[in-house]
Design a protein. Structure first.
Length: 140
């Protein structure tokens, strides 16, 4: 299942009234659904983008409205083949749009959302499978 169960989401109010919040949405994609290297017909890309927005919105349905957030996409891979860090950016954008659709933030502009450059992390295939995770953290 995509998304972090509510009991694994973290939030505790600090002394100044700010309540930190963090959640991780896990997507079972072994590679970015949309990549900068793709040469897709615009209608095919639009269909994939719409599906990814819905995927993120459904996974984020229990995340409260955060005001501002920082997002980091991590692509966990099981082979050490060379990959460009920026290739997953179109997937990051589609999933961030899904967070807006879910009401997590008002918009995905820098006023409401800080998007970090995607990361690629090697994991041992004996312990997990290739997948992607979107970490969402509330920020001031």
């Amino acid at each position: 299942m995509n998304g972090l169960p509510a009991d694994q989401m973290t939030h505790h109010e600090s002394e100044d009234g700010f309540t930190p919040f963090e959640a991780v949405l896990r997507f079972e994609h072994t590679r970015p659904p949309i990549s900068l290297n793709d040469r897709l017909h615009h209608m095919v890309k639009a269909k994939k983008t719409a599906a990814m927005r819905l995927e993120a919105a459904e996974a984020a349905h229990r995340i409260p409205e955060l005001g501002r957030c920082e997002v980091t996409l991590t692509w966990f891979v099981t082979t050490k083949a060379r990959r460009d860090d920026e290739n997953p950016v179109p997937s990051l954008k589609a999933w961030c749009d899904g967070l807006v659709d879910a009401g997590v933030v008002e918009d995905d502009t820098s006023q409401f959302m800080v998007k970090n450059m995607p990361r690629i992390v090697w994991i041992d295939k004996k312990t997990d499978v290739a997948h992607m995770e979107l970490r969402i953290e509330k920020i001031r």
